[in-house]
Design a protein around this ligand. Structure first.
Ligand code: MLC
Length: 519
């Protein structure tokens, strides 16, 4: 059964059940039957724009109903949905649209001015449609007043029959999500229909999703966490999703403690913000069935404080864009502090030595590798980077370090890749360093993550200037923000005359971290 098939089945079985409800303005609520009809209509609209299976539809929209309709409709048509972070400035956006050769692009009307400048440079882009989610009628009239009305025959939805076509359908790409890497520009991870379905099924089983669950959804919907794990998870289960457009800590606590919501998913920064609400301990979250934490390591202090303050034990799980969810602490049983639990049903893990790639035994620290139907197809148009990310025998190299405990729990304890995670978002230092070195005053730089209670890690740039130049930290930060999303831009700049280097000339980041982060 496919993800969309289960959603359609839910629409058939309980048409009047609320599927989605936006709880902040503009308030919007749709039942499963209404959502199903709207997705069909949106698919007709996309077809009328010439969208064909395999074409990319880029979405750089806020957390809005239109985003969800376009995303689901693209998947239904066998096209590829390409969700993009709203924070990307034109420079980055142009790269994503160019690299993916997106055919259609839906953007916010409020970004029209800055976006329009890049459009003439995108030969593959056939149509750019600007939307205003504050005006829901704008989209309604787009999908209802089609110039060539939708054909009377229903929009062809993907069929996952037991025919020989099954394999090819399941291995077709459904979504591309861009992730940065240790070298070069970001890469588009191709996530197939099979990946989506298998991960939904694993999580449905592991977390006991039920049709009477009510999910409180506060995450952005352009990432794996908010889109696949939370939103798809609820639609697959036939549950109701309450969506908050902008995360608000106080409101979240009020809703969770009211007993109305049964499921909540967030990143450690969000859990920390809940803990930081004044008088947080007046909110009792023990009635929620499941509150998960993921996208970054949950600090032990936050795990314990959450338990003590809210009377709820967080369930930590582990995943990544390329694989969806890999491991989870148990729904029933010990949710172990500092551990990501066990592999999800159908997923295999192993630890290997980062150098020799030999398999390690229980308790030995090594790099985590993953195998299973959840593992992505590859990076869009990047066969070399795809093959470099798999072992010779086909396991995906996560770049995360950890070990297997004797009782099967998995503990992660570092990364073999140069990666910063801030507020649940991955930032690859080379991408920031590339931008900083474009500044005429910068001779050399190194970007590191310093531990931070709120963000997990704070992007910090250590900069050596050219002898004859001078520039302020503020100016460098402004420079970065013009070219990079604000979350990737350094939150602080430290100037040094020279950067410490080893005999090979490589900057010694560990030394910089020791010197700068502890200060
Ligand atoms: C916002 N800012 C960030 C940031 N988010 N800086 C660093 N890291 C982040 N994650 C910037 C803003 O641009 C702003 O800059 C300043 O920090 C303060 O903004 P804010 O208003 O306080 O932040 P807010 O908008 O409230 O966002 C914080 C947040 C958000 C935690 C709610 O970052 C968030 O929703 N994070 C979740 C990300 C997520 O879903 N990750 C899943 C990836 S999937 P300025 O200078 O303009 O003020 C994945 C796989 C898996 O990893 O396993 O799940």
């Amino acid at each position: 059964m496919s993800f969309l098939n289960s959603f359609t089945e839910n629409a058939r079985n309980h048409p009047n059940k609320v599927a989605l409800e936006f709880i902040d303005a503009p308030l919007q609520r749709v039942t499963y039957a209404e959502l199903n009809a709207l997705v069909n209509r949106t698919a007709g609209y996309l077809q009328s724009l010439g969208l064909q299976p395999g074409d990319r539809v880029a979405l750089q929209l806020s957390k809005c109903f239109e985003f969800i309709l376009l995303h689901l409709a693209a998947i239904q048509l066998g096209a590829i949905s390409l969700p993009l972070n709203l924070a990307y400035p034109p420079d980055e956006l142009k790269y994503f649209l160019e690299d993916s050769a997106a055919k259609l692009f839906f953007a916010l009307e409020t970004s029209k001015e800055k976006t329009q400048s890049i459009l003439p440079e995108l030969p593959h882009l056939q149509e750019c449609i600007f939307l205003n989610p504050a005006e829901p009628n704008q989209f309604n009239s787009l999908i209802t007043n089609l110039q060539s009305p939708i054909s009377k025959s229903p929009v062809p939805s993907l069929q996952f029959s037991k025919s020989p076509r099954e394999a090819s359908n399941l291995s077709n790409t459904a979504v591309i999500i861009y992730t940065s890497g240790t070298t070069g520009r970001p890469k588009g991870a191709e996530i197939t229909h099979g990946n989506l379905i298998s991960n939904l099924q694993s999580l449905h089983e592991a977390w006991g999703w039920q049709a009477d669950d009510i999910l409180l959804h506060v995450l952005p919907i352009f990432h794996v966490h908010g889109l696949f794990v939370a939103l798809h998870g609820a639609l697959h289960a036939g549950a109701t999703t309450l969506l908050m457009r902008e995360f608000n800590a106080q409101k979240t606590l009020e809703l969770l403690s009211s007993g109305r919501c049964t499921v909540f998913m967030a990143v450690p920064t969000i859990h920390q913000r809940l803990l930081d609400v004044p008088n947080a301990n007046q909110y009792d979250l023990s009635r929620a069935r499941l509150i998960t934490s993921g996208s970054d390591r949950l600090p032990d202090e936050a795990f314990t404080a959450f338990q003590k303050t809210f009377g709820h034990t967080l369930l930590e799980r582990y995943g990544m864009t390329e694989t969806g969810m890999n491991c989870s602490n148990p729904l029933h049983g010990e949710r172990r502090i500092g551990s990501v639990g066990h592999p999800l049903p159908g997923i295999e893990v192993r630890f290997v030595d980062s150098e020799s790639r030999a398999s390690l035994s229980t308790g030995e620290i090594g790099e985590l590798e993953i195998r299973g139907p959840n593992v992505f197809k590859g990076y869009w148009n990047q066969p070399d980077k795809t093959s470099a990310s798999f072992s010779a025998d086909g396991w995906f190299k996560t770049g995360d370090l950890g070990y297997l405990e004797a009782d099967g729990y998995i503990t992660l304890c570092g990364r073999s890749k140069d990666l910063i995670i801030s507020g649940g978002l991955n930032i690859y230092p080379p991408e920031v360093e590339r931008v900083l070195t474009e500044h005429p005053a910068v001779a050399a730089c190194a970007v590191i993550g310093c531990p931070d209670k709120e963000w997990g890690e704070k992007v910090t740039a250590v900069v050596a200037l050219k002898k004859t130049e001078s520039v302020s930290g503020e100016e460098l930060m402004r420079f970065c923000r013009e070219k990079l999303a604000p979350y990737k831009s350094p939150k602080s700049i430290v100037f040094k005359d020279d950067l410490p280097r080893n005999a090979m000339g490589k900057v010694q980041k560990a030394e910089l971290r020791k010197e700068i982060c502890s200060g």
